[in-house]
Structure formats: structure tokens, C-alpha cells
Design a protein. Structure first.
Length: 292
């Protein structure tokens, strides 16, 4: 299938892009890596009459320190660049470990950080990881600029808080404090498929070795990244023993999420995977926190 006809603009600046988005509103869509948008257009699942190609805007591709140990990532930065960047590997290792799970090398060469977030796929690694890390996103329109916390950005299946005339321009990811650990665990039928279930976790220990804070977020179990608040409540202030980790995994998989069944997996199987993966992720995260 080929996409229906569309008008095509290839601006070289963000300002020009914002003008096109303001002029065309709901009819227009930004084109980033095209790894999701073009297949959706070919299948007629998306039918924008205007495409605003972001690929000539060199200003949107960068990785910079934010001055507080975190990073700023330009929206058009390709997955491949993020995955091989030494600053990301050192300061935001959860993202470094997430990138190889995204599709194939071809997808990672074209696909962009901002495109993945804007697409708001509840099975996407970067969507989940950015919520786990408490990231925030800089969004611009012709008239306005705002920062949206990752936890408020994903509002439904393939639906974000972006207005039609808004462009995601930059992502800010903070680094984890001292005595922190992280983990990303997922199960996919074949390597590089979208995960049946995945979980990203971060934990921070206090000086006595108790759990000071934690974040546990699932992918592929709901219409957006699903945060395991109840499980985190169990962990806080407690010594992270094997029993506590088992109890947190049980709480996360039985109370915090309500996965559905589809042709890939039943709800019951997804809960089982969520339980096992949470246990493994918390084990790894707490071990790393002790080492740090
Ligand atoms: P595009 O496809 O160009 O755009 C996606 C959507 O976001 C469009 O609606 C577009 O208008 C909008 N958009 C893009 N940029 C912006 C912006 N800056 N501001 C506002 N709106 C914007 N992803 C995973 O996470 N895990 C996987 O395992 C995985 N496997 C894949 C396997 C295959 C075979 C393919 C083709 C894709 C896979 N993907 C996977 C998706 C991939 O990560 C894409 O890169 C990503 O979903 C979209 O990024 P993109 O840059 O290609 O965006």
C-alpha cells in the first residue's frame, strides 16, 4: 500500500515548522524518522494531508549535559546516536540499556527519541524509561513554550498531551542520585519484537541501606506506561530483602496493573510475566544501588 496524497514541506528551522503546524492544525503531522508514521500512512491508519519533515532541522539533533548531571536530548536525535553516546552511557545508563531493545538496526538508525515519545506507543521502551526517570519534555508552538513532565505527557494509547500545533523539541532526563540502581527487563517472542511485557525500575538507598525511593513502570500492560505506585509504597523505608522484593513484585503484578488479552498473550500470562520481571528488575536495581 502507498499513502494517500499529501502536501510536503521541508523546513530548515523550528520557527518555520511551527508556522506550518499553526497554519494546518489537525491536518498536519511532523515527520521525524518515519518508522511509525509512514507504515501507519501506508495502512491508512493515519491520513495527514500535510507532512512537515523535520529531517533538515539540524538544530534538533544533540545530546548535552544539563549542568546537574542530567542530559538534554534534541527531539530529532536518532536512537543509534543516543545508544552510542558516552555521556548517556555514564549518566543515564537506563536509556543506554534500553536502546538495543528498540526494533532493528535499521529502525534505530532512522528512528528518533522525540518521534518515539510523540508516538506515545505504550509498548515503547523510551516512553516507559522517560517516565521511570521522571523526565520532562520541552514543547513549542508558534505562540507558546511549555515543559511537560513525562508522567503527564502520555494520556492514552498512542495519545500524548501534545496539541496539533505543538512540536516536541527537547527532552531533559535527570541523572539518578548516589546509591541508586536501575534495571530494564522485558520479554519478546523474538529478539527486537515489541515486548509482550517489560518493566523499568530505579531505586535509591539511604545511608542505612533502606529503600529511600523507587520507581517501577511497565510497558505493554495498559494504554500508557503504567506506574506501580502500590509496589513502590511497599518498598519505601524498608530493607530490600528477598521477601520484600517478592511482595513488591506480587503487588505490582496483581494490583498496580490490569493488563488485557490479545492475540499475543492472555492477561493472565502478562501478569505472570510482570511478576517475574519485576522481581528480576528489583534484584538487579538494588544490587547496582549497593555497588554505587
Ligand atoms: P515518526 O514515525 O516520524 O513519527 C511518529 C509520530 O510522532 C507521528 O505522529 C509524528 O507526527 C509524531 N512526531 C514525530 N516527531 C515529533 C516531534 N518532534 N514533535 C511532535 N510530534 C512528532 N519502538 C520501540 O520503542 N520498541 C520497539 O521494539 C520497536 N520496534 C520497531 C520495529 C519496527 C519494524 C519498526 C518499523 C518500528 C519499531 N519501533 C519500536 C518504533 C521506532 O522506535 C520509531 O522510531 C518510533 O516509534 C517513532 O519514531 P520516528 O522518529 O520514526 O517518528
Amino acid at each position: 500500500m502507498k499513502p494517500p496524497p499529501f502536501e510536503y514541506y521541508a523546513p530548515t528551522t523550528v520557527e518555520e515548522t511551527l508556522t506550518h503546524l499553526a497554519n494546518h492544525g489537525y491536518d498536519a503531522k511532523p515527520l521525524a524518522g518515519g518508522q511509525s508514521l509512514i507504515p501507519m500512512m501506508n495502512f491508512r491508519l493515519a491520513q495527514p494531508s500535510v507532512l512537515v519533515d523535520l529531517n533538515n532541522i539540524t538544530d534538533l539533533s544533540y545530546i548535552r549535559p544539563d549542568g546537574n548531571g542530567g542530559v538534554f536530548i534534541g527531539a530529532m536525535t536518532r536512537h543509534k546516536k543516543v545508544g552510542s553516546d558516552p555521556l548517556i552511557a555514564k549518566q543515564i545508563p537506563l536509556v543506554h540499556e534500553a536502546i538495543p531493545n528498540i526494533g532493528t538496526p535499521q529502525v534505530r538508525t532512522r528512528g528518533t527519541f522525540g518521534g518515539s515519545l510523540s508516538h506515545a506507543d505504550p509498548s515503547a521502551e523510551l516512553v516507559t524509561v522517560s517516565v521511570t526517570l521522571n523526565g520532562r519534555f520541552r514543547v513549542r508552538s508558534q505562540k507558546n513554550e511549555r515543559w511537560i513532565p513525562a508522567g503527564e505527557f502520555f494520556i492514552g494509547s498512542f495519545t500524548s498531551a501534545l496539541e496539533p500545533e505543538e512540536l516536541l523539541v527537547e527532552i531533559n532526563l535527570p541523572c539518578l542520585p548516589e546509591r541508586s540502581g536501575w534495571s530494564l527487563m522485558e520479554v519478546a517472542r523474538r529478539h527486537n519484537d515489541f515486548a509482550l511485557v517489560g518493566v523499568a525500575a530505579t531505586v535509591t538507598l539511604d545511608k542505612k541501606g533502606n529503600c529511600e525511593s523507587a520507581s517501577i513502570v511497565f510497558l505493554s500492560v495498559g494504554d500508557r506506561p503504567m506506574q506501580a505506585h502500590q509496589a513502590v509504597g511497599l518498598l519505601k523505608g524498608q530493607k530490600p530483602t528477598a521477601e520484600l522484593i517478592l511482595a513488591a513484585a506480587e503487588k505490582a503484578s496483581s494490583v498496580d496493573i490490569d493488563p488485557g488479552s490479545d492475540i499475543h498473550a492472555t492477561a493472565e500470562f502478562r501478569r505472570h510475566l510482570a511478576n517475574v520481571l519485576t522481581r528480576r528488575a528489583l534484584d538487579e536495581a538494588f544490587n547496582r544501588a549497593r555497588e554505587n
